[in-house]
Design a protein around this ligand. Structure first.
Ligand code: ADP
Ligand code: MG
Length: 247
């Protein structure tokens, strides 16, 4: 797969907030089914990079191409549609709608991209089951543990079959064991739908779940490479459930 054209390719990304240069010339390639960890200290530009790659922010300079087509120059409306239809997002916390059940939270993006309520809820039920959340369908986010809520967020990010999944500190609010569970499921599920994954984290153990990693400092990539032996070990039965849902 190393010679496959990247799903998302960025070249020469620069982003300035007033006087602050958050990105000072960054290149990134994301391949289908591959996962990239973005590491670096606070303020090094990780979140800005994720936001520019995802079309949330427009770069000051540089190119972002999705499937070979430049997207940085699209209108806000076009970028919003792109994000909704072709990308999935997982953030640190507070991303689920508190008045909706787990099932409704997961079904919503599918309904917003054209599925009927029945289709969306069936897909949501399958994803919740695949991520070990059967039985939580009717619970509101406030009635879930932190790890369960993040798994619901993973299901919600995947239910639309995105081409790229963007995660910013997805384990940041979790204890280590729970964080590893969430990362394992995030990496496996993203791979199972054939999407590319980019995970911003300041935790090297979280990064170790990804195939590749870049390290940022002051808006630049200061190291890049494969993560050795990043064998993500799904638990028995888990991968089968995810694969069945992803077919
Ligand atoms: P990280 O995610 O690695 O902590 P960020 O990408 O959030 O880093 O920030 C990179 C730099 O850009 C920092 O100097 C930060 O203060 C600055 N920055 C980030 N967002 C904004 C913003 N909305 N307005 C002004 N400066 C910002
Ligand atoms: Mg950040």
């Amino acid at each position: 797969r190393a010679d496959a054209a990247p799903r998302l390719a960025a070249r020469g990304l620069v982003h300035r907030f007033g006087e602050t240069t958050a990105l000072a010339g960054v290149d990134v390639d994301l391949v289908d089914g591959g996962s990239l960890a973005v590491m670096g200290p606070s303020g090094s530009g990780k979140s800005t990079l994720l936001h520019v790659l995802a079309g949330i922010l427009v770069p000051t300079a540089g190119v972002v191409a999705l499937g070979g087509r430049e997207v940085q120059s699209l209108s806000e409306k076009e970028r919003s549609l792109l994000r909704r239809r072709r990308y999935g997002f997982v953030f640190q916390f507070g991303q689920l709608l508190s008045e909706l059940s787990a099932l409704e939270n997961v079904a919503l993006p599918a309904m917003l991209t054209g599925s009927s309520r029945a289709q969306a809820e069936e897909a949501a039920r399958q994803w919740l089951g695949a991520l070990g959340l059967a039985g939580t369908e009717s619970r509101r986010p406030g009635e879930l543990s932190g790890g369960q809520a993040q798994r619901v967020a993973v299901a919600r990010a995947l239910v639309t079959r995105p081409e790229v999944v963007f995660a910013d500190e997805p384990t940041g609010s979790l204890d280590q064991a729970t964080g590893h569970d969430v990362m394992r499921l995030l990496v496996e599920s993203t791979r199972a739908v054939g999407a590319a994954l980019v995970v911003v984290t300041h935790d090297a153990q979280v990064a170790a779940w990804c195939d590749a990693r870049i390290d940022m400092l002051d808006g630049r990539v200061v190291a890049a490479g494969a993560v050795p032996g990043s064998g993500v070990g799904p638990r028995p039965g888990e991968l089968e459930a995810i694969r069945a849902t992803a077919v």
